[in-house]
Design a protein around this ligand. Structure first.
Ligand SMILES: NC(=O)C1=CN([C@@H]2O[C@H](COP(=O)(O)OP(=O)(O)OC[C@H]3O[C@@H](n4cnc5c(N)ncnc54)[C@H](O)[C@@H]3O)[C@@H](O)[C@H]2O)C=CC1
Ligand SMILES: O=C(CO)COP(=O)(O)O
Length: 336
């Protein structure tokens, strides 16, 4: 029987671990917080992150990473981007101590500040290659809040090792949860990271009172920006037409369950970024990703007007309405 260690017990780590536990996969979920470990094991809840949800009694939470990872076939990292290096370094030590090799996967959607690296590139820098047989990503349209309720969901699992992505697929698949595999790890990671930028903008539009025409325009032109960044970084353009691209853009850009959309919505209503971040209590990945992509475009001859507008709002105190006006009155051009 497959054993999986999920590292990170926020909303997404918990929802994925719970999906696997309900499939009779042996799952240990690691959290660095003992109170959270107790809450999951004793009350089968993780109330801060998934209020009202009852978790599978088969899901075991563990505070010691070495205990969680021992004998695991798969390690799935689901912490925010800014924690990937530190959790990855702890994992490296554990795998070295255990002299163990695993299938290594992650479900994190961001880019590193400063380096603009993808998550798998950061993992490669901190975990010795002898400790994992392959790397994969779980991406696609999947809010934890909907998955935990059993709402129908399809995700994509990107990775070049078909045997490994098939193992992940099997651990997650159910009548309600349908994972597809693909070979484009890079594009699947980027789709998940880049759509958060556009979701922030979509929330802002709705917060300001604009309608679905405006949202459709933003999401469609946003997809063009996602694809240009993706192509520049080496992704397959067709990945952006799949679950990890347009699929995730739709769910995150339209649903109030999205943290990025909600953050944008609150800013559209006049709240400051600081207020929004304090009140959310969960990671809003798009805020850092906007900065990483804005910086990347400066050195890579890209034209990303939506990303630039959002950077101005989030980092240069520009007014959202002024940026919308600038976007709408740019020189007219062909749709390419
Ligand atoms: N929430 C969702 O529906 C989805 C989230 N994701 C992605 O999954 C990643 C995680 O997101 P969420 O679960 O929503 O985040 P979250 O904010 O709900 O939880 C993050 C978890 O990571 C832990 N953590 C933070 N820093 C840590 C550190 N230094 N060491 C150890 N643990 C640490 C926190 O204690 C918490 O348990 C993000 O990249 C997000 O974009 C992807 C798909 C769906
Ligand atoms: O990636 C997600 C859904 O697929 C989650 O997005 P948020 O982080 O905006 O909630």
């Amino acid at each position: 029987m497959t054993k999986v260690a999920v590292l990170g017990a926020g909303s997404w780590g918990t929802a994925l671990a719970n999906t696997m536990a309900k499939n009779n996969v042996v799952v240990n979920i690691w959290s660095h917080r003992v109170d959270q470990v107790d809450e999951i094991n004793q009350r089968h809840q993780n109330d801060h992150y998934l209020p009202g949800a009852t978790l599978s009694e088969k899901l075991l939470a563990v505070a010691d990473m070495q205990v969680a990872v021992a004998d695991a076939d798969v390690v799935l990292m689901v912490v925010p981007t800014k924690a990937i290096r530190s959790v990855g370094s702890q994992l490296a030590e554990v795998l070295q101590n255990l002299d163990q090799q695993v299938i290594l996967a992650h479900a994190t959607k961001g880019l590193e500040q400063g380096t603009h690296l993808r998550i798998s590139q950061m993992i490669e820098e901190v975990v010795p290659s002898e400790n994992y047989s392959s790397l994969a990503v779980i991406s696609g349209p999947s809010h934890a809040e909907d998955v935990i309720k059993g709402d129908l969901t399809a995700v994509s699992i990107g990775g070049t090792d078909e045997a490994a992505t098939a193992v992940l697929q099997k651990t997650l698949a159910s009548e309600n949860f349908r994972p597809y595999t693909n070979h484009d790890l890079l594009g699947s990671e980027l789709g998940g990271a880049l759509k958060n930028i556009i979701a922030l903008g979509s929330g802002m539009l709705v917060g300001l009172g604009y309608g679905v025409n405006a949202q459709a325009a933003l999401l469609t032109r946003g997809l063009v920006e996602m694809r240009s960044v993706g192509q520049k970084m080496g992704a397959k353009p067709e990945t952006f037409l799949g679950l990890a691209g347009i699929g995730d853009l739709i769910v995150t850009g339209m649903s109030p369950n999205s943290r990025n959309y909600r953050a944008g919505f609150a800013m559209g209503h006049g709240q400051s970024l600081n207020q929004v971040q304090e009140e959310m209590g969960m990671v809003i990945e798009g805020v850092n990703t906007v900065k990483a992509v804005y910086e990347y475009q400066q050195t890579h001859q890209l034209d990303l007007p939506i990303t630039t507008a959002l950077y101005q709002v989030l980092y240069e105190e520009a007014q959202i309405e002024d940026q919308i006006k600038l976007l709408m009155t740019r020189p007219l051009k062909a749709e390419d």
